[in-house]
Design a protein around this ligand. Sequence first.
Ligand code: HEC
Length: 106
Amino acid sequence: MNKLLMIAVAAMVLTGAPAFAGDAAAGKTKSKTCAACHGPDGNSVSPDFPRIAGQHYDYLVKVLKRYKSGERKNAIMSAQAANLSRRDIEDLAAYYSQQQGLVTKY
Ligand code: HEC
């Protein structure tokens, strides 16, 4: 490994710069089941379902883990999260956090 690359990696580790664990491309494939409610890119058009496009990666990981563990309870999402592995959660979070979110000003 060249020196510069090693320094860059060390700096990222030390500063805690977002070293995304998730793979957005894999997340896109895994998001097919989520799309029915949250829309293909996370921009749900129904007021019944939250928009998750452009949401923070860390928040998405946290909340999906909470649905899975039962710390956050919702019949629909608990069932959705129950079978997600840690890897699935990180991939999905990477995908949705990288989508353009819609912001509506009222
Ligand atoms: C059948 C509809 C449905 C499907 C399918 C679904 N969701 Fe949800 N999702 C919901 C609803 C309803 C909520 C709001 C639940 C609540 O009030 O906690 C929600 C909430 C969420 C939240 C929390 C949003 C926030 O602002 O806190 C995330 C993240 C999320 N879903 C991700 C996913 C992912 C990833 C998948 C696919 C694995 C998925 N959902 C599949 C209906 C769905």
